[in-house]
Write a new protein. Structure first.
Ligand code: MG
Length: 384
């Protein structure tokens, strides 16, 4: 039996991880969970899964969960804030931590989990974007596996199994193109948050849905792939594939391509990461080729979807440039969700921050965290 902790248990990936546990015939045991402020969802998890530890990021939510446990005679250890997240990421009895929190907030708990020698089922791509060098180095030093949950990276990981890294020619990341595929800058001037949140293929949380609409999600995934698979940016290509049936591919030096295809269902990569190297039973609907019909491919439009270009730029510059890119993006997406800026301003804000802040500092945890704060503060003061 595998004992796991889920950071961000009430979000989209967290909820689907719970479903994987439900269907695991008792082979996966949920020991700990964390959430930001979703008290009712955590109470449902407590009632169904009886975790021994709960961490709530929000103080008020922490008090409510604590009170619930006292009133209902639940002997659960309840923690709060970032220290609480770190605690549930590094508990003695845990084997694997599913990092499904959204954003750079996942960085400190992920590092704590690696230092405590827990395997990581990585769904928090922002952590690798801002501190890929640090995280991968620590994982190596501690003998920890980083198992990708992101569907594209899981596909690459599976396409690489049995092959040698030196034989890779390039990694091809597929992108659905998001809700605005085929649109140009003029078309996007007045799009609403509501339109941006409507993803054609995947049902996801708000932040990643907006990232998919700007193609920043693919940009972050390019940087994630660079660190996970030690592949240079020139050898990572993005191909728009609206059907989302091919989840990504690896081209080998002889031009052979190995790809992973299947239904667009996140429970598949989650189940694979939690059981690696074993493969478990069928959790998703099997692919019906006759229903899928044709598969199509397009070049991404980098003039319209500038965020993808900025991510490549930041990745190639290296150093702290991805930290600036990510901090600016997280803040800009939050502003869009609050309807304080327009859709196209996300790219403008990122470009402005990339031109304003100095990325020529050493990549240390301290510098990453401080620069991230500075970028956020700058945007906050300007747009609030
Ligand atoms: Mg993805």
């Amino acid at each position: 039996m595998k004992n796991i902790s889920i950071l961000g248990a009430t979000g989209s990936i967290g909820t689907q991880t719970l479903d994987v546990i439900r269907k695991s015939s008792g082979t996966i045991n949920l020991v700990a969970v964390s959430a930001n402020s979703s008290v009712n969802k955590i109470i449902d998890i407590i009632e169904e899964f009886s975790p021994k530890y709960v961490a709530m990021m929000d103080k008020k939510a922490y008090k409510e969960i604590k009170e619930y446990c006292t009133n209902n005679q639940k002997s659960i250890n309840v923690y709060s804030g970032i220290d609480g997240l770190i605690k549930v990421a590094s508990l003695d009895e845990i084997d694997t931590v599913v990092t499904s929190v959204v954003g750079m907030i996942g960085l400190k708990p992920t590092i704590a989990a690696i230092e405590a020698k827990k395997d990581i089922a990585l769904a928090n791509k922002e952590t690798l974007v801002v501190a890929g060098e640090i995280v991968m180095k620590k994982a190596k030093e501690n003998g920890v596996k980083i198992l990708p949950v992101d569907s594209e990276h899981s596909a690459i990981f599976q396409s690489l199994s049995g092959y040698c890294n030196k034989d890779i020619h390039k990694i091809i990341l597929t992108a659905s193109g998001g809700p605005f595929r085929g649109k140009n800058i003029d078309d996007l001037k007045d799009v609403t948050v509501h339109q941006a949140l409507k993803h054609p293929k995947w049902n996801m949380g708000q932040k990643i849905s907006i990232d998919s609409a700007t193609l920043m999600n693919k940009g972050l995934e390019v940087i994630e792939a660079h660190y996970l698979f030690e592949c240079s940016y020139d050898n990572i290509e993005v191909v728009v594939h609206p059907q989302s049936i091919i989840h990504s591919m690896v081209e080998y030096k002889d031009a052979s391509i190995i790809e992973k295809i299947g239904s667009p269902d996140m429970r598949l990569p989650i189940q694979y990461a939690l059981n690696y190297p074993e493969r478990k039973g069928m959790i998703a609907k099997p692919l019906n080729f006759y229903e899928v019909g044709s598969l199509t491919f397009e070049k991404p439009d980098l003039d319209t979807f500038k965020c993808l270009k900025f991510a490549y730029d930041a990745g190639k510059i290296g150093g702290l440039a991805p930290t600036i890119l990510n901090g600016a993006n997280e803040e800009a997406v939050a502003l869009l969700l609050e309807e304080k800026i327009k859709f196209l301003q996300i790219a403008e804000i990122i470009e402005e921050c990339m031109n304003t802040f100095d990325y020529n500092k050493e990549v240390t945890l301290h510098n990453v965290i401080n620069l991230d704060k500075e970028v956020r503060q700058y945007i906050y003061e300007k747009y609030n």
